[in-house]
Design a protein around this ligand. Structure first.
Ligand SMILES: CC(C)(COP(=O)(O)OP(=O)(O)OC[C@H]1O[C@@H](n2cnc3c(N)ncnc32)[C@H](O)[C@@H]1OP(=O)(O)O)[C@@H](O)C(=O)NCCC(=O)NCCS
Length: 212
């Protein structure tokens, strides 16, 4: 059974498996981040991995950027890599990120969730047409934060942001895929995904919230 787990910065095995997976399935679409950025992304508790029989088949991390605790927060969904293709698993990972982030930040309008994509790629297609993210010009403060983190925006890529209705759609999309206790069908194909993250329970998907 394919399982979804949050990876933990406290678990050496998780870190080693993630680094090993990204090295083995190196792809030009995935920018290698400085190790401290990967460690920080694991510390958020938001890192996701698709695991079957102990082997990672997909992952997605969230990198937070902010200047100070009172200012806006920018969460980048990045390092998305899926090797079990054709089942819509990038979309599932995105829905779970949006749900987990929305629950943790109380749907704060000051919290921008974004991704960086290359035109004419599967990732751009998925995030725009299935997840509902929209093209977005990153503000100067985020451009500065990315530069100082050693990951300036690349000229050949652009940003997508998750508007409030896209976060809301993530809850609905997951409700539509739910088939049992913490059990989902995959958006495409006959796959099944069991959720093993500590925070998730089916009733969380019934939470409704305002669009603004
Ligand atoms: C991007 C990635 C995560 C998607 O994997 P996945 O969830 O298994 O994707 P799927 O196979 O389910 O779906 C791919 C979709 O993209 C479409 N697609 C494939 N290549 C495409 C292209 N060049 N341009 C537009 N659409 C494309 C497919 O037709 C399919 O669309 P459909 O579901 O509407 O039929 C995976 O391909 C990957 O790891 N790529 C390399 C790393 C990468 O680019 N990561 C993203 C960084 S932001």
């Amino acid at each position: 059974m394919l399982e979804l787990h949050n990876l933990s910065s406290d678990n050496e095995r998780d870190i080693d498996r993630l680094i090993g997976f990204l090295a083995e399935y190196d792809d030009p679409g995935v920018r290698m981040r400085p190790r401290d950025a990967v460690d920080a992304a694991l510390e958020t508790g938001l890192a996701l991995a698709l695991i079957r029989d102990g082997k990672i088949l997909g992952c997605s991390l969230v990198y937070d950027f902010f200047e100070n605790v009172d200012g806006p927060v920018f969460s980048e969904i990045g390092t998305m890599r899926v090797t079990l293709n054709g089942q819509g698993l990038q979309n599932l990972l995105s829905y779970f990120h949006l749900v987990q982030i929305s629950l943790e930040d109380d749907f704060s309008p000051d919290h921008n969730v974004f991704a960086v994509v290359q035109p004419n790629t599967a990732s751009e297609h998925n995030l725009k047409t299935k997840v509902g993210m929209k093209p977005w010009q990153p503000p100067e403060v985020l451009q500065r934060l990315r530069r100082s983190a050693g990951v300036p925006f690349a000229a050949e890529k652009y940003c997508l942001v998750a508007p409030p209705n896209c976060r809301k759609a993530a809850f609905k999309n997951l409700r539509d895929l739910l088939i049992g206790d913490r059990l989902f069908k995959t958006p495409k194909g006959e796959g099944r995904l069991l959720i093993k993250t500590g925070w998730f329970s089916n009733d969380l998907l019934d939470i409704d919230f305002d669009d603004d």
